[in-house]
Ligand binder design. Structure first.
Ligand SMILES: [Zn+2]
Ligand SMILES: [Zn+2]
Ligand SMILES: [Zn+2]
Ligand SMILES: [Zn+2]
Ligand SMILES: [Zn+2]
Ligand SMILES: [Zn+2]
Ligand SMILES: [Zn+2]
Length: 1785
């Protein structure tokens, strides 16, 4: 339908091709009204070039546009051939010293953490590599597109602003030079003309809003009825919605719809239909109807084709302007002039203004084109950048308003350009002073937050999705404010002061709206019905955090500003507190003879808010006043006397009390929103401007008032005043038992209050509060973090507050406090606290969470115990307070404080009921400790004449006052030190007493006021020894108990053993008995072992007992008993492949009989080694299946394994498995009943006999296949046929195996066939036995490669256990196997061994369940490939056969023939001859394909016998190949080649015959290192000089070699017409990765999507196997695979890795494992930063370097075929991985 209506694509007008650029330009030069002339030209030609049909033809359009439209302009501009003109301009140009490279999406950018003025200053890769910063602490990120390189911008860098390349030009630009001086007058005039016309035209047409009418001067004479239905991008509808809608609306295929949607998303608009108006209108209405249901509809316009044509050309024109100005800075300046020139409508009418102001109406593509033009023009010209910045600032409010209405991301909005001006210090300063930018930004921000409550505070209660969306957009304004403030002024002008303070006023207005927002009231009785909105307020707070800090930083720089700001802030706070005491009855509190008046207020009853930014800003400023000493220099200028301390502390105190009450469980009914708020209040992201400042505010308050008054108010706010003003509260409470909960609650509140006092006194590490600097502060943070546990760099960074430049300051101090420990193969590098820093540990560090505090306490005590110290954790020595805060310490010796201490101690001494708690006591002890430290400090630092007024020791020595006459604090402590219930605190109490005595001594020696004698000192001393002994005894008991528990624990961790205790014991016993048996048996160890042939070493029969892991019953492995099976996983593999482009095209027709030497597609079998009864496994699998079905019905979830494909997890170790291998006895022994070893035929005779037998079989076969009518003739033939002697083709041997074993043989055989060929299971298929042999051969080959690559000996070092016994113990083995250390530990070798043995024996036994004639047929064909017979036409030539696969096939198929042979030839003889024959064929193969050149280093000494023999053989070959074989003269080289080439084959063969026949390997082969050539030959019954083989069988070999060489393929190879594999085959490796990760990013950023023509790929992904870069996770590169759409990675795995893939997602720095369509996981990448950590997602941006060990580990996983298993384990461990649509990657 649609296609009929669509008009034909119109071809280009012939006249276009004849249009001459030069002529047109000539006409224009003559023109009087150039504008009209040009417009006419455009009106005529543009619609003839653009938009000629439904689809754009970009190349043709560009070509024509250049010739007809742009060409004339270039001619006009240059006044000559533009090629000449432009190159002249280029030559005279003095290029800019700015780089200005605009970043592409995904391009790496670099910032220097040492030198960049702020983190937005970045370099492109080229500049970075040529800069000094490459040796600094740089940060690497990938660009999101937009933004440009700041190289050459002296304002962006503190040091090294130029790279080497851009430095070259700096010498000449000393003074600002007008770039126009390099241009001639003519050129200037013409450029001006043409730029003005073209720029205006482009702006005009791009901002044109009519849909079918052109501007009058472009209107055409005859207008066709051709329209576009134009679909626009929005951020509301999803890809899927758009695709679905388009399919409906314009009747296109899904593929076309995807194409449309992709373009719409990328360019912002795309025509989806072309035709007459009606036709387009119809599509539009369908789209609108379909998308308007839930949301606003998609934007669609029906536009006349000529408008679209002009707009397309308009865009082209802007890009053209961008490229033209690249020739000359002069041209650039002219364009800037044109752009900023005020238009006819005055203010805001310049072209630049017009574009900016219509930004939100333009589509994405248009925006990005003009933004780019701005970047390459206005932002590159320093003079005009300033003017542009002014225009931007003037339009700021409007632009932001537009942006708020627009739904596009900020990255495509013109507002995103703010970063370009606001971060440039001089521009920012200019905009602040001249355009009042700070105030404008803040006011604009306030404009957009209109919801206020009655008090004028922000209100986010009814917070809708739309509001949330707008709120997110508003936040970009805060970002702008941050940019403006990021670089701090070094000099202040009066103007700047004034404008900054104006901005500060506006900012205070903003904070005022936040002060007290989102208040909460405690919920009593009912739980809250709905969680109140709290996130918006916190988001705002979080976003503003850095701005608040920066405001303070600015204030700190100028004393005048600081004083003014302080005054303003105080005024606003006073306003906020207006009516603070109104309406409330003041209440008088009194304790200890002190009394104070305060308001009646209860946190638990009235409203309270966490948001107090004004108070906190004032606290910050107060600290600055203290730090900068303004307070002492200009006290008269500060309103210090106006400060009302009770007012200052009121709200922060309420907030802290709220936290305490929440902690005491009083606010449970208020739900999670409050818990979350409290969490963020303390969180590292907020605390700096929240919690920390509240503490400072209280410190400020205490230092300005009577500490007794402060404490009383505090007691009152904590609602504890009653308790401490009531004597004998403890006794009273303990007598009442009803209020347990309330007592508990009060206890927590008391603890919290004590903690708060500790913080007020102890937290003096902010410069200004205490006499410290910023380094001390950060050091202390780190010390306390590392006191919890050693930490990785990233962990540490996360726990520290970041400043606006994302710096924590950590690197500068970390060395001083911590040691770095490098990471191993896994894990990360760790920082450990230096031991000498432990003394600075403060248990009550205010940034600890509760959990951290208890962890740190435990760790520190443990450390002390290890160092054999007492376990007291006394308060550290603190730095002195700054003078403004100095009086704060008196709180410790205030009467109320002493009362509190005494009360708590009294309770403890009384030790009754629950009025006191250990933490309460611990805190009091800590406070006493702090007071003692303080006094000691004072005494030690006292000046001669001064008297220390801090007399805590004196005060605590005095007994309590009447009427109680309670003992002194000191006396109570002495009592407590022997209290049996205070074991944990004894060390601390002892420390206190010791310190007390030390202070006493100092006081005595300085003869200051004497301190009362402690009565109990002597007692203390004597009791100490007794105590010590007692404690030692207890410690010993504790240690024993601990050890016992540890032992139990480790027992439990081995949960397998725990669950299977009996089994474990059994196995142990079994193990013991078996090894005993083996030790006693006369082993054949000193004989030479022979693995095959008549001389095969006889091994005593071993009985094999195994235990089923499921029913735990033990059973002997026997031929006739029930089958035992091993869990196994079969998979296709390309790990050994030498040709990744080859894969099985049509599995149904594929013939796997001969494996090609490129090993392009093999089948690998692996096993975890766990044994089950076949029937137990069957039952287990059935239950898994049933469970899965139920689960699917219920949840539609995936599992990590695919039950429908036969997958399951090993019930013991959870290894992924998909079938089972039966456990068998050596199968050869069963069939080798007829053993006559005397008089066996030699090779020649044997070949002859076998050939005869084959011939007989073939005749018989043919007859069987001929129709019955010829029966008589058949019989005749049989008679005619001379059956070889003793050959009885009618004989069918009886299968010796039990039914159960036979069934398992079929099961595993079918599974191998099904997986290996990817076909439906069919046990009858003749290819089943071939696949079984192939899997055996391939698995042996891959294990041989692993052992070889790892330099491991061929056989395990545990020969006794290897042989004939499989244990079920290795659960731990499985774990190590899982960790892929295979085969580095002996246990892993056992598993390989079990698996290979079972696999080999299975493959050898499989023929018994296959059709005899089929197996015979395979044998005949395999045999014929070496010994040519009559009936085999197209067999591969020997160059195209993998000889090891051939050997395995021949040996394993041979019994099918031999069982009918009664002539006395043994199986062993056959094996030997087959092996010799294949070996010789392999030698010939190696010689034919040998590639080594003879080098000059020929061995001079007389050649040995072997070398001569090889040379002779080679000469024969030379002769047979008709001299096509290259001549060689060095036998030495040849021999070396042959030996090297044949080694893998010999090693594989040794493994194969070892497992087949069970002959132990000679101990020599188990040694590491040497090549073992001789030992292998002996073991394999080969002569050491294997050329002897040829000589012994001269006659027959001559014939055979001749036949091999005469093959046409061999000829073609020798003549260079084709290729062949040569030997030895090298092991495959993963690709080489670069050392520096950024070069990978750079490579990927240049990578274009191969399908969507020149687009950047969004998720470039590197195949680590073959090095292909793919465009992953994107619609553009989806392909269809087996009827499903899959992403590029999944598609690639099918060709590259037979379904298994290893990728590196370059932009995420993440390794991706894929297996099949549904399985995948992410894996840690092999790139580490200097701190030994990976950076998945590239979030931290530290330089990353390749870690070879980790990369090797990944390669090992691949070599071991463990990728699928790794995915399985990852998915089991993390269920979310299961839900990912891996096939779309
Ligand atoms: Zn650059
Ligand atoms: Zn540069
Ligand atoms: Zn630097
Ligand atoms: Zn069982
Ligand atoms: Zn297992
Ligand atoms: Zn793509
Ligand atoms: Zn690949």
């Amino acid at each position: 339908m649609a296609s009929e209506l669509e008009p034909e694509v119109q071809g280009p007008d012939r006249s276009l091709l004849e249009c001459s650029a030069e002529e047109t330009a000539g006409k224009w030069l003559q023109a009087t009204d150039l504008t009209r002339e040009v417009n006419q030209h455009l009106a005529h030609y543009v619609p003839k070039i653009y938009c000629r049909g439904p689809n754009p033809f970009p190349q043709k359009e560009d070509m024509l546009a250049h010739q007809v439209l742009l060409g004339p302009m270039e001619w006009y501009l240059c006044g000559e051939d533009p090629e000449l003109g432009f190159s002249k301009l280029e030559q005279t140009n003095k290029p800019s010293h700015l780089c200005g490279r605009v970043f592409k999406v995904g391009e790496p950018t670099y910032s220097c953490r040492d030198c960049a003025v702020d983190p937005t200053c970045v370099l492109c890769m080229e500049c970075f590599l040529g800069s000094i910063h490459r040796d600094h602490r740089y940060r690497m990120t990938t660009s999101g597109g937009g933004g440009f390189c700041d190289c050459g911008d002296t304002e962006a860098w503190k040091e090294g602003p130029y790279c080497q390349k851009h430095e070259l030009n700096t010498s000449e630009i000393e003074e600002e030079e007008d770039p126009l001086v390099h241009l001639s007058e003519d050129v200037i005039a013409r450029t001006y003309n043409i730029f003005a016309i073209m720029f205006r035209y482009a702006v005009e047409i791009l901002t044109w809003e009519k849909e079918s009418e052109l501007p009058p001067d472009l209107e055409m004479v005859e207008k066709s009825d051709t329209y576009y239905c134009m679909l626009f991008n929005d951020e509301v509808h999803t890809y899927e919605q758009v695709i679905y809608t388009l399919q409906k609306a314009v009747n296109c295929t899904q593929k076309e719809a995807i194409g449309f949607a992709t373009t719409v998303d990328r360019d912002g608009r795309r025509s989806v239909r072309y035709g007459d108006f009606q036709y387009c209108e119809q599509a539009k209405s369908v789209i609108v109807r379909n998308t308007s249901r839930q949301t606003k509809p998609l934007k669609v316009q029906v536009m006349h084709s000529s408008i679209v044509a002009h707009q397309n050309f308009g865009l082209k024109l802007l890009s053209w302007l961008g490229s033209i100005i690249g020739y000359s800075d002069g041209l650039r300046r002219i364009l800037c002039q044109v752009g900023l020139q005020e238009g006819p409508n005055g203010e805001n009418s310049s072209l630049v203004d017009r574009l900016m102001l219509s930004d939100s109406k333009l589509w994405k593509g248009a925006r990005s084109v003009y933004h780019q033009l701005f970047m390459s023009s206005l932002l590159m010209d320093l003079k005009y950048k300033k003017l542009f910045a002014v225009r931007f600032a003037k339009n700021y409010q409007q632009l932001q308003r537009d942006f708020m209405e627009d739904d596009h991301e900020r990255a495509v909005s013109v507002t995103a350009l703010s970063v370009q001006f606001f971060t440039a210090p001089t521009l920012a300063r200019m905009l602040i002073t001249e355009e009042n930018l700070m105030t404008i930004i803040i006011k604009t921000f306030m404009d957009h937050l209109r919801h206020r409550d009655a008090q004028g505070r922000f209100q986010f209660e009814r917070y809708t999705a739309l509001q949330a969306f707008k709120f997110r957009r508003v936040q970009s304004l805060i970002l702008d404010l941050k940019y403006v403030l990021i670089s701090k002024p070094t000099e202040w002008s009066d103007d700047l002061r004034q404008k900054f303070l104006e901005g500060f006023d506006a900012f205070l207005e903003l904070l005022k709206c936040m002060q007290g927002m989102d208040p909460v009231t405690r919920q009593v009785g009912q739980h809250i019905e709905m969680e109140p909105e709290w996130e918006a307020a916190f988001t705002l707070q979080m976003k503003l955090t850095h701005v608040i800090s920066m405001m303070q930083d600015w204030c700190a720089l100028d004393e005048k500003v600081l004083i003014e700001a302080y005054k303003k802030c105080l005024a606003v706070l006073t306003q906020c507190h207006g009516g603070f005491t109104d309406g409330e009855q003041p209440v008088t509190l009194s304790i200890c003879g002190h009394s104070v008046e305060t308001i009646r207020y209860c946190v638990s009853k009235e409203k309270v808010s966490i948001h107090l930014p004004v108070s906190r800003l004032l606290a910050g400023l107060h600290v600055l006043v203290s730090k900068s000493e303004v307070a002492y220099k200009f006290p008269e200028l500060l309103p210090l006397s106006e400060l009302s301390p009770p007012m200052l502390i009121e709200h922060p105190l309420r907030c802290l009390v709220l936290c305490a009450q929440v902690h005491a469980g009083m606010w449970r009914r208020n739900g999670f929103s409050l818990v979350n708020q409290i969490y963020y209040y303390h969180n590292v992201k907020c605390r700096r401007e929240m919690f920390d400042k509240d503490i400072v505010m209280l410190q400020t308050g205490v230092s300005m008032m009577d500490p007794n008054h402060f404490l009383m108010i505090m007691l009152s706010r904590f609602e504890l005043h009653q308790i401490f003003s009531t004597p004998d509260y403890g006794k009273k409470i303990s007598s009442e038992t009803t209020h347990k909960d309330l007592v508990q609650q009060n206890n927590t509140l008391i603890e919290e209050m004590l903690y708060l006092i500790i913080m007020l006194v102890g937290e003096r590490f902010s410069p200004g509060v205490g006499q410290v600097n910023a380094t001390d502060e950060i050091k202390r943070e780190i010390i306390h973090q590392l006191s919890i546990k050693p930490m990785a760099h990233s962990e540490l960074v996360k726990s520290l507050p970041e400043d606006e430049n994302k710096e924590t300051g950590m690197e500068s101090v970390i060395e001083a406090v911590a040691h770095f420990k490098k990471p191993g193969l896994t894990g990360r590098g760790m920082y450990e606290l230096k031991p000498e820093c432990a003394k600075e540990f403060n248990l009550y560090f205010y940034h600890f969470s509760r959990a951290e505090q208890s962890k740190a306490e435990e760790a520190q005590r443990k450390l002390k115990r290890q160092n054999k110290e007492d376990t007291a954790l006394p308060p550290p020595v603190l730095p002195p307070f700054c003078p403004l805060f100095a009086s704060l310490v008196n709180i410790l010796q205030s009467d109320v404080m002493l009362l509190i201490m005494r009360t708590v101690l009294q309770w403890t001494v009384e030790h009754n009921g629950h009025v006191w708690s250990e933490s309460m006591l611990q805190r009091v002890l800590h406070l006493i400790g702090m007071a003692l430290q303080e006094e000691k400090q004072h005494l030690e630092n006292v000046m001669e004449e001064h008297v220390v007024t801090f007399t805590f020791t004196q005060k605590i020595s005095k007994p309590g006052e009447a009427p109680n006459n309670s003992p002194s604090i000191l006396a109570m402590l002495e009592t407590l030190q022997n209290a049996p219930y205070l074991e944990v605190h004894k060390d601390m109490i002892r420390w206190i007493l010791k310190t007390f005595n030390a202070i006493k001594k100092i006081r005595e020696s300085s003869s200051t006021s004497p301190v009362a004698e402690t009565e109990g000192t002597i007692m203390e001393e004597s009791s100490r020894d007794k105590d010590k002994a007692e404690r030692k005894r207890k410690a010993e008991i504790a240690r024993l108990r601990r050890e016992k528990i540890m032992a139990q624990m480790s027992e439990m961790q081995r949960h397998f053993i725990d669950e299977n205790k009996e089994l474990f014991q059994q196995t142990l016993e079994l193990d013991a008995s078996i090894s005993a048996v083996l030790d006693n048996s006369p082993m054949v160890s000193d004989m030479t072992h022979t693995a095959l042939g008549p001389a095969q070493t006889r091994v005593p029969e071993q009985r094999q007992f195994v235990t089923c892991i499921l029913c735990q019953e033990e059973q002997e492995v026997k031929v006739e008993s029930r089958a035992m099976v091993l869990a196994a996983f079969v998979q296709r593999s390309t790990v050994l492949s030498k040709n990744r482009s080859k894969f099985i095209q049509d599995p149904e027709k594929y013939d796997p009989l001969f494996m090609h030497p490129d090993l392009s597609c093999g089948t690998h079998t692996g096993s975890c080694g766990h044994i089950m009864h076949a029937h137990c496994w069957q039952r287990y699998f059935d239950s898994v299946q049933a469970k899965e079905q139920r689960r699917q019905q219920r949840l539609r979830l995936h599992t990590s394994y695919d039950v429908e494909n036969g997958e399951f997890l090993c019930p013991l170790c959870e290894c992924l498995s998909n079938t089972v291998i039966p456990l068998l006895l050596p199968p050869r022994n069963i069939f080798n009943s007829r053993l006559h070893f005397s008089d066996q035929p030699n090779l020649t005779q044997w070949i002859r006999t076998i050939s005869q037998q084959i011939k007989a079989l073939q005749v018989l076969r043919k007859e069987e296949n001929t129709p019955n009518t010829a029966l008589s003739k058949n019989l005749e033939n049989v008679d005619e046929l001379q059956l070889p002697e003793g050959f009885r083709p009618d004989f069918h041997p009886k299968n010796p195996y039990s039914e159960s074993i036979k069934e398992m043989l079929t099961t595993f055989g079918t599974a191998t066939y099904k997986v290996g060929l990817k076909v439906h299971p069919n046990e009858e298929d003749p290819r089943v036995p071939i696949m079984c042999w192939g899997s055996c051969a391939y698995t042996i080959q891959s294990i041989e490669r692993i052992l070889n690559d790892e330099d491991k000996p061929l056989f395990s070092p545990l020969p006794c256990r290897l042989f004939g016994f499989t244990t079920t113990t290795p659960h731990q083995h499985c774990l190590t196997f899982r960790k892929h250390l295979l085969p580095s530990s002996p246990n892993d070798l056992i598993i390989i061994d079990d698996c290979l043995r079972s696999l080999t024996r299975f493959a050898a036994a499989h023929w018994t369940v296959a059709s005899l004639s089929v197996v015979q047929g395979h044998f005949c064909k395999l045999f014929a490939s070496l010994v040519p017979g009559d009936n085999h036409g197209d067999l591969p030539c020997i160059l195209d056969i993998d000889m090891f696969h051939l050997l395995v096939g021949l040996v394993l198929a041979f019994p099918a023939l031999q069982c009918q042979d009664f002539s006395g030839i043994s199986l062993g003889t056959g094996d030997l001859h087959i092996f010799h024959l294949v070996t010789m064929a392999h030698i010939i193969q190696i010689l034919l394909t040998s590639r080594t050149e003879e080098n000059g280093m020929d061995q001079e000494n007389a050649s040995g016998e072997e070398e001569l023999a090889v040379l002779a053989l080679y000469k024969t070959l030379h002769q047979y190949t008709g001299s096509a074989l290259k001549e060689m003269h060095s036998g030495w080289h040849l021999l070396r080649n042959v030996r090297a080439g044949i080694m893998p084959f010999l090693r594989c063969s040794a493994l194969f015959f070892h497992y087949l026949n069970g002959v132990p390997s000679p101990p020599e082969i188990q040694a590491t290192g040497t090549s073992h050539f001789e030992h292998l030959c002996n073991y394999l019954s080969l002569p050491n000089n294997f050329i002897c083989l040829f000589q012994e069988n001269k006659e027959i070999m001559k014939l055979l070699i001749e036949s091999w060489c005469h093959n046409t393929e061999v000829k073609r190879y020798l003549e260079g017409e084709r290729d062949a594999i040569s030997y030895p085959r090298e092991s495959n490796k993963l690709i080489d990765l670069p050392e520096d990760y950024s070069s990978l990013i750079n490579q990927a950023s240049n990578f274009l999507c191969p399908k969507s023509g020149g687009d950047k790929s969004r998720a470039p992904t590197l195949c680590l196997v073959c090095g292909t870069l793919l465009c992953s996770q994107s619609y553009c590169c989806q392909t269809e695979l087996e009827g499903e759409d899959v992403g590029a990675c999944t598609a690639h795995t099918y060709s590259c890795g037979s379904g298994v893939g290893i990728f590196l997602r370059v932009r995420e720095c993440q390794v991706l494992f894929l297996a099949g369509k549904t399985k995948g996981c992410f894996y840690s990448p092999p790139y580490l930063d200097d701190y030994g950590e990976t950076d998945q997602g590239l979030r931290r941006g530290n330089p990353l370097h390749l870690c070879r060990e980790r990369f090797k580990k990944i390669q090992k996983l691949w070599h071991q075929h463990s990728i699928t298993e790794e995915i399985g384990h990852a998915q089991e461990a993390n269920q979310t991985l299961v839900g990912i649509d891996w096939q779309h990657l």
